[in-house]
Ligand binder design. Structure first.
Ligand SMILES: Cc1cc2nc3c(=O)[nH]c(=O)nc-3n(C[C@H](O)[C@H](O)[C@H](O)COP(=O)(O)OP(=O)(O)OC[C@H]3O[C@@H](n4cnc5c(N)ncnc54)[C@H](O)[C@@H]3O)c2cc1C
Ligand code: FES
Length: 258
């Protein structure tokens, strides 16, 4: 079992379109790699100078495959979306820290709820977290939002892990705030657009709920050396920075300035 990042040669096992401009790709990694929910791959097809980071959306231990969900937003993601079975890429993996699975399990064992909050393609790392929680025989409720009906993906996979509140065209945080009238969870895990994370942070701070967010920044090296991915942290002097690739991508919801 290997959790340390390595530059791996990965083979594309399958690729399928989930929604317009959104592709799910299954990659076969060399044996023994053991990613954790929240971690990501830094992928090179050899056609762009810089690699591109993608969250691990699922891991099949017996097959040794990981899944990523790629939204086509530019040249790099378009090339990766176009990969087909049999193609090979290089992937630095697994990179970054992860959602705190021991803390999550402890809370669930104590009967406290853990809720997932995802917007758009931000559902990707939450899907991996949901399936790991389900493997431990717990349930997790999800609040997922998409901008329109054509963009809705992966609802059934979240439903297999617990209750799902789906928002289409509205704010996922509105659905979340309504649900909290019936009680609050012990912990929230989130990933999505910055305005959604900001609103979520307010909700968590107002109600004293702990949360973790998976942050996104443009990346260079992916391994903590170039500082391209620095984001501001909310230290007392307001001048601290964190590297999303190395210190994150998972941060406490009040740790980074969103
Ligand atoms: C830790 C991490 C995990 C990620 N996971 C996923 C994922 O699971 N699925 C997914 O589709 N994307 C994910 N991303 C974002 C993805 O890496 C970028 O969309 C991709 O690198 C863009 O490359 P490009 O060449 O296609 O776009 P470019 O041509 O470089 O840029 C196109 C547009 O996308 C914006 N953009 C580029 N990079 C980022 C970024 N890192 N974050 C936000 N906006 C960006 C640019 O500002 C520009 O508007 C993740 C990013 C990080 C840092
Ligand atoms: S991408 Fe180089 S330090 Fe994070």
């Amino acid at each position: 079992m290997r959790g340390r990042a390595e530059d791996l040669l990965a083979a594309v096992k399958s690729s399928r379109t989930l929604a317009p401009g959104v592709t799910e790709i299954e990659l076969e990694l060399p044996g023994g790699v053991e990613p954790r929910p929240g971690q990501f791959l830094h992928i090179s097809t050899g056609e762009t100078f810089l690699r591109r980071p993608f969250s691990i959306a699922g891991f099949d231990r017996s097959a040794g495959t990981v899944r990523i969900i790629v939204r086509d937003v530019g040249r790099g993601s378009r090339i990766i979306s176009g990969l087909r079975a049999g193609d090979r890429v290089r992937a630095l993996a697994p990179l970054g820290n992860s959602f705190p699975m021991d803390e999550i399990t402890g809370l669930l064992e104590a009967g406290s709820g853990v809720w997932l909050v995802g917007g758009g393609i931000g559902i990707a790392p939450l899907l991996f977290a949901a399936s790991e929680i389900r493997e431990k025989a717990f349930r997790v409720d999800s609040f997922i939002g998409f901008r329109d009906n054509r963009s809705v993906i992966k609802v059934e996979e979240f439903e297999a892990c617990g209750n799902v509140s789906l928002s289409v065209g509205g704010l996922v945080t509105d659905a979340l705030a309504r649900a909290m009238e019936g009680g609050v969870p012990g912990l929230i895990l989130a990933c999505g657009p910055t305005p959604m994370l900001r609103a979520l942070r307010e909700i968590c701070l107002d109600r004293g709920i702990s949360g973790y967010v998976s942050a996104e920044e443009r990346m260079g090296c992916g391994i903590g050396a170039c500082l391209a991915c620095a984001c501001r942290a909310s230290d007392r002097d307001g001048r601290a920075y964190r590297r999303v690739c190395r210190d994150g991508p998972v941060f406490g919801i009040s740790e980074v300035i969103l």
